[in-house]
Design a protein around this ligand. Structure first.
Ligand code: URA
Length: 204
């Protein structure tokens, strides 16, 4: 695992907004989507551009483009969904795949219960998951995606606990993370964190 910590004032501001328990679910979803765009912009700084000829008002010009169709965004349901909205607002011609992973609240072990992925050969798989708590879901997602042989695996995450990062350190992927918090509590929640991201996103 390579960790890229993304830092800027807007990101700090948005993380404070999602920590605030009085942020309602509408704004919470919007802030999660905005944070995802910032993480994605950082990741795209490291990506190749290809030159293509386009018609402009002054005639034909070779211009740089990202290879949008090489990116497959894979939110981990359900909390990753607003991150997909943000990513596809920036790169609307990219693809999406879906993994639904739930953790057993007793054992805290992660289980997959839905998988729908496009062909990942020669693609860049970008996992979207706001919270990295025990690291169980992300670890399972990486194992599942590896079997599909993507060119590389990236993950965009908002808040991680050190325990989750420790668990993931041998995995072959690059993580773009906005915030590393203090610890997990005995129920596997990140402290201080934001509470249950899925519940706050979807009013449950
Ligand atoms: N999932 C969440 O939504 N929040 C946590 O703190 C940990 C896992």
């Amino acid at each position: 695992m390579k960790i890229i910590k993304v830092e800027n004032n807007l990101l700090k501001h948005l993380i404070s907004k999602i920590r605030d328990k009085n942020t309602d679910s509408f704004l919470f979803r919007k802030y999660i989507s905005d944070i995802s765009k910032i993480l994605l912009i950082k990741f795209l700084e490291d990506e190749n551009l290809v030159y293509k000829e386009i018609e402009t008002w002054i005639g034909k010009l070779e211009q740089p483009f990202l290879e949008e169709d090489r990116y497959v965004f894979i939110p981990i349901l359900r909390a990753g969904l607003p991150m997909l909205d943000g990513a596809l607002e920036i790169l609307p011609n990219s693809k999406a795949g879906f993994l639904a992973i739930k953790r057993d609240e007793e054992t805290l072990e992660s289980k997959i219960y839905y998988k729908r992925l496009p062909d990942l050969k020669n693609k860049i798989a970008v996992i979207l998951d706001p919270m990295v708590a025990t690291g169980g879901s992300l670890s399972l997602a990486i194992d599942i995606l590896k079997e599909e042989n993507p060119e590389k695996i990236i993950s965009l995450n908002i808040i991680a606990a050190p325990e989750g990062l420790e668990r993931l350190k041998t995995k072959d992927f690059v993580m773009y993370i906005a915030q590393i918090d203090e610890k997990l509590n005995d129920k596997g929640y990140i402290i201080p964190g934001i509470g249950d991201a899925g519940d706050r996103l979807f009013n449950t």
